[in-house]
Design a protein around this ligand. Structure first.
Ligand code: UDX
Ligand code: ADP
Length: 471
């Protein structure tokens, strides 16, 4: 029988670490949870009334547990020393330079975290991999830990516990996960005991049958595979959206029809301007790189095409806008509604709005960006100094729409559906164009008001069919 865990530390207070630890603290009042980060501003924000990330339902949980059994600190060493179990949820972006540039995962932060763990651990630790990492990282990390620990006899057990939460629904996903996956060295007794300890934490609220165990590599690969499969569904329906536009079919009718086949299922079949987020593209590139490294170029190519289709969808959207607006958008004001990669988050990582924005600016457009949760400073960081000369970050949707020639919907925020589109028509230039990249608006109503509407994957407005150079 494994002794229940009473002290947990989490390295990395980001989108994954913060919500996951808050949920553990809420569900396990007997466990003391400390979340640490090297970023002082981030920790200060976690300790304030303005949390550093926007996630529905998160505030309530943090405010309820903070100071009781949930703590946020920059004392990384102290928290490591005092705990039994360490979650590592640091960032693992795609490498920007060197071998595997643009493909492999950058494990700099992970390795640094591992070295810190090794240096200050004075007792046995169970290390839980939460960041998405390439398959077999656990093995490499174990070597770093064992060889760098100055204290004799300290044992490290590595587990992989991939995170399947999606931003915007993180709290719901954590509260009732489809499954929790725990990978470990289940072939030996000590490895099994470490797995049991983590199973013990989750079984405070997750039914036992939803907690799956696997060997380390299977667990690591499952995370990459799950994200690749999800992204592949979006690229598949997006490929269909182009065919629908070319032939007069309606992609929403197609996705409804195929989604009712229980073998296919209805989720992740919403055509869009493209998927974004910190995981999909990064994980597919990573998966493809692993395939290449194992002499499987055809498999790598197969997964690459999912990313290729996503890029195509974004550039197709830009071309559609340009051709609709008489092949020139130079000097035209375009309102961009939504900038985050999906609704209910302020996260902009790999957001399709970034590529679409650059595409429009390259053709000379002036952008008025409005997003309910994204700060102007973040937009400036993503778009770069040069592009910002053509961008105005707006505080309200009205500011963004006044005097605009066109509006493009980049994120499916609910509030966009509630706007007074008649009034909006009144303040825009004519002809007024709507380009709906998320299929959230009432297109017939917009047409009745007088807008020229492009809705991705829907039968084309005659005005757009006749547009020269239409993609
Ligand atoms: C994803 C996985 O869902 C999650 O399990 C994993 O842990 C992390 O990566 P996330 O990136 O937060 O989560 O968001 P997700 O809801 O998967 O959406 C990703 C992107 O796909 C968004 O840009 C979203 O708008 C887009 N999308 C999603 C579509 O375009 N169409 C769909 O039908 C679904
Ligand atoms: P994710 O979406 O995977 O949670 P984030 O970028 O939101 O990624 O969060 C990762 C966090 O990890 C950041 O706040 C970063 O400062 C922190 N971090 C990175 N390396 C270390 C480290 N060695 N020690 C402590 N915190 C770290």
């Amino acid at each position: 029988m494994t002794r229940p865990i009473t002290t947990i530390c989490c390295i990395g207070a980001g989108y994954v670490g913060g919500p996951t630890m808050a949920m553990i603290a809420k569900k396990c009042p007997q466990i003391s949870v400390t979340v640490v980060d090297i970023s002082q501003p981030r920790i200060d924000a976690w300790n304030s009334s303005e949390l550093p990330i926007y996630e529905p339902g998160l505030d309530e949980i943090v405010f309820e547990c903070r100071g009781k059994n949930l703590f946020f600190s920059t004392d990384v060493e102290g928290a490591i020393r005092d705990c039994e179990m360490i979650f590592v949820s640091v960032n693992t972006p795609t490498k920007k330079t060197g071998l595997g540039k643009g493909k492999a995962a950058d494990l700099t932060y992970w390795e640094l975290a591992a070295r810190t763990i090794a240096a200050c651990s004075e007792s046995d630790k169970i290390i839980v991999e939460k960041s998405t990492v390439p398959v077999r990282t656990a093995e490499a990390i174990e070597k770093v830990l064992q060889r760098n620990c100055p204290h004799d006899g300290v044992r490290f057990d590595i587990l992989s516990n991939p995170e399947f939460l999606a931003e915007g629904t993180a709290i719901v996903d954590l509260d009732a996960p489809d499954r929790v996956l725990i990978g470990g060295k289940i072939e030996n007794a000590k490895g099994q005991a470490a797995v049991d300890a983590l199973v013990g934490v989750y079984s405070n609220w997750v039914p036992k049958e939803n907690i799956l165990t696997a060997n380390l590599w299977s667990a690591e690969l499952s995370k990459l595979a799950a994200n690749a499969f999800l992204a592949q569904r979006i690229s598949s329906i997006n490929a269909m959206s182009a065919l629908c536009e070319a032939t007069g079919a309606d992609v929403q009718q197609v996705s409804h029809a195929i989604g009712t086949d229980t073998r296919i299922g209805s989720k992740f079949l919403n055509a869009s301007v493209g998927f974004g987020g910190s995981c999909f593209q990064k994980d597919i590139l990573n998966l493809a790189y692993i395939c290449e490294c194992h002499g499987l170029p055809e498999v790598a190519e197969y997964w690459h095409s999912v990313v290729g289709m996503n890029d195509y969808q974004k550039s197709r959207f830009v071309k559609r806008m340009i051709s609709a607006m008489f092949n020139t958008i130079s000097g035209k004001k375009i309102s961009m509604l939504g900038y985050a990669f999906k609704k209910d988050t302020g996260d902009t990582r790999e957001s399709p709005a970034i590529d679409v924005g650059h595409g429009l600016i390259e053709d000379g457009a002036k952008l008025n960006i409005y997003d309910p949760k994204v700060a102007a400073a973040q937009i400036a960081l993503d778009m770069g100094e040069e592009a910002m000369k053509s961008i105005t970050c707006c505080k309200t949707h009205t500011e963004s729409l006044t005097g605009a020639h066109a509006v493009c919907i980049m994120t499916e925020w609910d509030e966009f559906k509630t706007y007074d589109w008649e009034a909006i028509y009144g303040v825009m230039q004519k002809p007024a164009f709507v380009f709906d990249g998320r299929l959230i608006l009432d297109h017939q109503k917009l047409k009745d008001i007088g807008f020229i509407v492009y809705a991705l994957g829907k039968p084309l407005d005659p005005f757009l069919c006749s547009a020269e150079g239409a993609p």
